[in-house]
Ligand binder design. Structure first.
Ligand SMILES: [Zn+2]
Length: 508
């Protein structure tokens, strides 16, 4: 099945075909390490993490490069404000970036080059641009000349004259065209600087991505990704300076994820509504906190804007926890039964078999259609729901066929969740819990209601298993409604009587 991706450069969905069959070379703009990254950045990192997993699932060998911008005005300014060494500050936030990335359940890129370790490559690229008259020197600064690249604006679809009039507001007299941008900045006192043919200085931002992506992936690699906020000017400039030299677009497919809004507003320093990823994760009260955040992010198409607000996050938490519980229940059922209650095929098992196949096909089809994670997740949840109904609505006994089907579906659900990076931490059924369930069953058989009830309380308060679940697994005979003491620190109601016992009282 082919994979289709929306290529910003082409303005439509295209069948994805890498330059070299079976191999994908992919570059995604990384962080400027002057602070912890916010949830808007997290969205981009998650989207491209999943793209990588989907491509690998399709059998491609993916080389994923993500840069670290570790020299930049923002780093220098913050270091100066805090009286610190910029290099040390950047080192600290680089370490934090990797930590937070891992906390988000994202796999690290294969290569994570740092700008400061590629100054040689950057100087080389700038020299070539100067030599071929795509760049010019003013007072130790080197600027790229957008007029030297007639296609300037083609990637972002911007009109050059509109851009020029917009840019005149902050005109720098030294530039030939207001849209020209710095490739090399001359050193100011106290700033990090490297020697160059134009005197001591440091690279501008855009040039590092061209230098590092071309070094590791070649002149015309497969996929370049990033948030839509980077499309202009960053990606436009990356492409202009590279294509000026090579005659080829820097990348064959350009992918951009949509904005993440914060409660309906654009995230900005001036509105003070930045949400740092590490704070967001801390505030999600769940042992599955990163899975919940990803579940939320994946609930919209990656190119659509998405609103981050407490209600949406809470809905994601509920949705994800229900999915996690289903997996827990399946595991519980599988560990309690061996499926040794007969071999007869039944309608339910057949139905499950066909629904399983449909869910698997639909899941993959959705992901192949421009990474439709919301659709894929929907198909995964439909399968989980089907199983949940089967477990709740049916029978105390597990046939071999059902057992095998359930085991397969459990593995499918884990596999699907794996592609999306949202495998729940499942509380495996411990030996103690299993013992309690079986002992309680004995108690009930022998009408030791008090003991049975104590065990039930324990199961409910410790494990969060409700009687309905136990019933669905065939471990209680009663179908009575029972209060749920799911909260672990909530004391069970001491006046509570199991309703079958209550019924006895009423009868007598
Ligand atoms: Zn970049």
């Amino acid at each position: 099945m082919p994979v289709y991706l929306f290529n910003t450069a082409a303005r439509h969905k295209e069948e994805f075909q890498p330059a070299h069959p079976g191999k994908v070379k992919m570059y995604v703009c990384g962080p400027t390490v002057y602070d912890y990254f916010h949830v808007g950045n997290a969205r981009a990192f998650i989207v491209f993490d999943i793209l990588r997993r989907v491509l690998e699932r399709r059998g491609f060998e993916v080389t994923y490069v993500q840069n670290i911008t570790d020299v930049d005005d923002k780093i220098i300014n913050r270091a100066r404000d805090e009286g610190r060494n910029p290099r040390e500050l950047a080192g600290e936030f680089t370490a934090a970036f990797f930590q937070d990335l891992e906390a988000l359940g994202c796999r690290r890129a294969d290569i994570t080059p740092r700008a400061t370790e590629h100054i040689g490559e950057i100087i080389d690229l700038v020299s070539q641009l100067v030599e071929r008259q795509h760049a010019y020197l003013v007072d130790g600064d080197v600027f790229f000349s957008v007029d030297s690249f007639p296609d300037y604006g083609k990637l972002s679809g911007k009109k050059i004259n509109e851009l020029e009039s917009g840019a005149r507001v902050e005109i720098d007299e030294r530039k030939q065209n207001p849209l020209d941008f710095a490739l090399w900045k001359s050193a100011k006192p106290g700033e990090p600087a490297w020697d160059s043919p134009w005197g001591p200085g440091r690279p501008g931002w855009h040039i590092e991505c061209s230098a590092m992506s071309m070094k590791y992936l070649g002149e015309n690699f497969d996929i370049h990704g990033g948030g839509v906020d980077l499309l202009f000017p960053h990606h436009e400039n990356e492409n202009a300076q590279s294509e000026s030299l090579t005659g080829k677009p820097l990348a064959r497919y350009w992918l951009h994820n949509g904005y993440l809004k914060i409660e309906g507003e654009k995230m900005s320093k001036s509105l003070g509504n930045f949400r740092l990823t590490r704070d967001v994760l801390k505030n999600i009260a769940s042992r599955n906190n990163y899975q919940v955040l990803r579940f939320f992010m994946l609930s919209a198409h990656y190119r659509s804007p998405l609103d981050f607000n407490p209600e949406n996050l809470e809905a994601a938490k509920k949705g994800f926890e229900e999915f996690g519980h289903t997996l827990e229940k399946i595991s519980c059922l599988l560990s309690l039964s061996k499926g040794d209650h007969g071999e007869e095929p039944d309608e339910e098992a057949e139905k499950l078999k066909s629904e399983r196949q449909k869910a698997l096909d639909d899941f993959d089809r959705a992901l192949d259609d421009d990474l439709n994670t919301a659709g894929a997740m929907g198909h995964m949840l439909i399968l989980a729901n089907t199983v949940r109904q089967l477990m709740a609505g049916r029978p105390k006994q597990m046939t071999t066929i059902r057992f095998q089907m359930l085991e397969k579906i459990r593995n499918d659900l884990l596999d699907m969740a794996g592609v999306l990076g949202i495998v729940p931490e499942i509380e495996e059924l411990t030996g103690e819990v299993k013992r309690l369930i079986l002992a309680r069953d004995e108690d009930r058989k022998n009408k030791r209601w008090k003991e049975a009830d104590e065990k039930r309380h324990h199961l409910v308060s410790v494990m969060g298993w409700i009687q309905d679940d136990l019933g669905a697994m065939g471990y209680t005979a009663s179908t009575t409604t029972v209060k749920f003491y799911g909260e672990q620190n909530q004391k069970p109601d001491s006046n509570y009587l199991p309703s079958d016992l209550k019924k006895k009282k009423e009868d007598s």
